[in-house]
Design a protein around this ligand. Structure first.
Ligand code: NAP
Length: 311
């Protein structure tokens, strides 16, 4: 099979397409022939050596996949030919920038017919991050006021839709060019983060979902009502922040993302009910992973970037 690997940390050019041995599924695993691979900002940081999750190169990045089961002999959960998607093994290496991936059957779900492989590959990491933050940790309910920082990005655009599906009043920050996009996702109020100070403009929020970190996370404290919660996907390791929220009587949590099959089924259910769609900003052929990572490095994305495996 072909896989994308890197022999050292570096810029996008560090990523190279190589021939690699086919992975062999263990009992309880399936072998997936990958059709599309979702990209996430974490992978750019891992590529550059900014975050030591996978240890030193060589390694193959990637978690988000959608594809077709090729070998299901190790499990009763799927059959060859089933269309599946998921983010297997996270945060351990799944080596998913590849044509074949061996994955625990429990870490995959059947791909909803309403999503193409490209759309399905874009969903697991961002969808489960938003699900775990809003459903599992914050327990968002009918009528809650939810502020999503960065509602036009990968996690944010899914989070806005999940919060709406849970019955919340959704306020989100996004740059001016993404205003119509986030309104189209169902956001009730949109603040241009370059023009409006959200810390002045927003009050009495039950849940903040922070997808930006730094000063944005710090300045979110006064927007929460007493007993409210901030879940951050970015600043979870800041002990000062945790202390400040505790001192103010507010709850504070990071997201410990994992390939939760219950959450994955919850996302499928929302897709099938027409309550959740995935916006793919750009699709790159597998061979053009360097260009895809250049786009990832530029940031300020609307929705997601995906690699399509061309055969
Ligand atoms: N802890 C976890 O398990 C976990 C899981 C998934 C993601 N993450 C992290 O969560 C963050 C978001 O991930 P993502 O995939 O959604 O990234 P993304 O697709 O790059 O989206 C980030 C969004 O933030 C917006 N933004 C930038 N500065 C902003 C500001 N000051 N105020 C409001 N919005 C701002 C950007 O849009 P504009 O063009 O509007 O600026 C962009 O749409 C990343 O840091 C990622 O690594 C963590």
């Amino acid at each position: 099979m072909r896989a994308i690997t890197q022999h050292g940390f570096g810029g996008p050019e560090a990523l190279v397409v190589v021939d690699a041995p086919d992975p062999r599924p263990l009992p309880s695993e399936v072998l997936v022939r990958v059709e599309a691979i979702g990209l996430n900002p974490l992978e750019a940081r891992l590529r550059a050596g900014e975050f030591p999750l996978l240890g030193p190169p060589p390694f193959t990045l990637g978690w988000d996949i959608s594809g077709v089961v090729e070998d299901a002999s190790g499990t009763y959960r799927f059959r060859p030919g089933d269309e599946v998607f998921g983010m297997p093994l996270f945060p351990r290496a799944a080596s998913a920038y590849a044509e074949l991936v061996a994955a625990p059957a429990l870490h995959l779900a059947r791909k909803p017919a309403a999503l193409t492989h490209v759309e399905a590959a874009a969903l697991p990491v961002v969808g489960l991050t938003a699900w775990q933050a809003l459903v599992d940790l914050a327990r968002v309910g009918q009528g809650d006021r939810v502020l999503v920082h960065g509602g036009g990005g990968g996690v944010g655009h899914v989070a806005v839709q999940i919060a709406k599906a849970l019955g919340a009043h959704v306020i989100t920050t996004a740059s001016a060019g993404k205003r119509e996009f986030v309104l189209g996702l169902g956001a009730d109020e949109v603040l241009d983060h370059a023009a409006v100070d959200f810390a002045e403009a927003v009050r009495d929020v039950d849940v903040v979902l922070d997808l930006v970190g730094g000063a944005t996370a710090e300045r979110s404290l006064p927007v929460l009502r007493p007993g409210g919660i901030m879940v951050t996907a970015v600043s979870e390791d800041d002990p000062r922040l945790a202390e400040a929220f505790a001192a103010a009587g507010l709850r504070f949590s990071g997201v410990a993302l994992d390939p939760d099959p219950v959450g994955l089924r919850g996302l499928v259910d929302l897709v099938e009910r027409g309550a959740l769609r995935v916006h793919v900003r750009e699709v790159f052929p597998f061979e053009r992973v360097v260009d895809a990572h250049r786009a990832l490095d530029r940031g300020h994305l609307t929705g997601k970037l995906v690699l399509a495996v061309t055969r």
